[in-house]
Write a protein that binds this ligand. Structure first.
Ligand code: AMP
Length: 401
């Protein structure tokens, strides 16, 4: 039997097919620019001899209904999924589970209604996730479907860390609080770190740093998240590709009054024009690192601001945890940028953090230890795998039922 994982975005559909028994990957696909004339679909899968093969299509994909159909056709053509009866379950990534969902759940009408109710908290993401769920359920009514929430891992965060210092009724009436995101990635790499260190996760304090285009940090005590840097929305916390992360909220009132920017313009400014892009005009860390190495002062500044904010969160979470056993770097930047890892650990030696600069420059697909022999804290680079984690959690729910 097989497990299908779907990540349905507003204009894209990512999917991965796993063998249920060992969760090895059978096929990975992406349909982009849904609803746009330039949409395209691709599917990668190993042929029987193990060679990587690729199917592509360039016909327009009008909507998510058609995207699901294209996915089914391509899986069939590749021979990886000939009939939906081969599916033991389908796992759906859902961005916002609010306070309603602390763990993955089997999807039924009540769960769909609850995800719908959370749309105001994630207006861009939850409707797209729901679209994927609804269309899939029409096609495969008898296959168990599971929702895996980005926010669920953070539901263990205590009240003193998830509440903002705002009038309490805003929490009671409008659910204004920290939710946190990237939960599947944080929980996946934390478990892998514990396995690598050969210690029960219950005995470890871990800081996980998911550094991609979106970036977040999490403080994990005994396997439970006790704080995370993203807030009510994915805008708070670390510096990101185009998002500002933390700032003085009064800047918004000031800009509104002084430059006449309205709410939507301020929203766009902070989410799309800030972060690395705001500082140096470029949001891709690879390009920024190359420019910094060639002496571009604005790129250097962006890199320094990014790494300094990261260092502050490492320090804050060491305090929140009362000491840390391991720090994990993951995500496109965390896994690949030796420079960011070096800058964010620099000067933390008194806190027991000693980076081995040579090891830090090594590259490998597996877990990489980058701490020096005398480091009290283990520093690990662990490739994240959110699809695998969704498949694993989906399987857990199916096995429980
Ligand atoms: P993600 O959102 O996890 O796919 O990560 C995307 C980010 O990772 C982008 O900013 C990329 O520039 C960055 N990235 C990927 N590869 C490298 C690399 N070799 N060096 C620095 N940054 C990288």
């Amino acid at each position: 039997m097989k497990i299908l994982v779907l990540n349905s975005g507003s204009s894209s559909l990512k999917f991965q097919l796993f063998i249920k028994e060992d969760l090895s990957v059978l096929a990975s696909g992406l349909i982009e620019q849904i609803g746009n004339s330039s949409s395209g679909a691709s599917l990668s899968f190993p042929d029987p001899s193990g060679l990587e093969k690729k199917l592509t299509r360039n016909d327009p994909v009008a909507d998510h209904r058609q995207a699901i159909k294209v996915m089914a056709e391509m899986l069939q053509e590749s021979g990886t999924l000939v009939d939906t009866s081969e599916l033991a379950g389908i796992g759906h990534r859902v961005v916002h589970g609010g306070e309603a969902f602390h763990q993955p759940v089997r999807i039924d009408d009540t769960v769909i209604a609850a995800i719908e109710e959370l749309v105001p908290l994630a207006p861009l993401h939850n409707p797209a996730n729901l679209m994927g769920i609804r269309v899939t359920m029409e096609h495969t009514a008898n296959t168990p479907q599971v929702a895996v929430f980005d926010t669920a891992f953070h539901q263990s965060i205590p009240e003193h860390a998830y509440l903002y210092a705002l009038p309490y009724n805003l929490y009671e009436e409008h659910k204004v609080r920290r939710y946190g995101f990237h939960g599947t990635s944080h929980s996946f790499v934390a478990r892998r770190a514990a396995a690598h260190l050969k210690k029960p996760i219950a005995e470890l304090n871990i800081i996980t740093l998911h550094l991609g285009n979106g970036a977040s940090a999490a403080a994990i005590c005994g396997g439970k998240c006790i704080d995370t840097s993203m807030g009510m929305t994915p805008l708070e916390g670390l510096v990101m590709g185009t998002r500002s992360g933390d700032l003085d909220p009064a800047i918004l009132f000031y800009l509104g009054r002084e430059s006449g920017l309205d709410m939507d313009e301020l929203d766009s400014l902070l989410n799309k024009e800030s972060g690395l892009k705001g500082i140096c005009g470029e949001n891709d860390m690879r390009t920024i690192s190359q420019a910094a190495e060639q002496g571009d002062s604005q790129a250097k500044l962006a890199l320094t601001i990014f790494s300094y904010r990261l260092k502050k969160y490492i320090g804050a979470y060491m305090a929140a945890l009362g000491g840390v056993d391991a720090i994990v770097f993951t995500g496109g930047i965390g896994e690949n940028s030796a420079m960011v890892r070096e800058l964010s650990c620099q000067g933390l030696e008194r806190l027991g953090i000693h980076l081995d600069t040579e090891r830090n420059r090594l590259r490998q697909k597996e877990i990489l230890e980058i701490h020096a022999a005398d480091s009290r804290v283990s520093l690990l680079v662990i490739p994240t795998d959110e699809e695998y984690e969704i498949a694993r959690q989906t399987l857990q729910v199916i096995n429980k039922d």
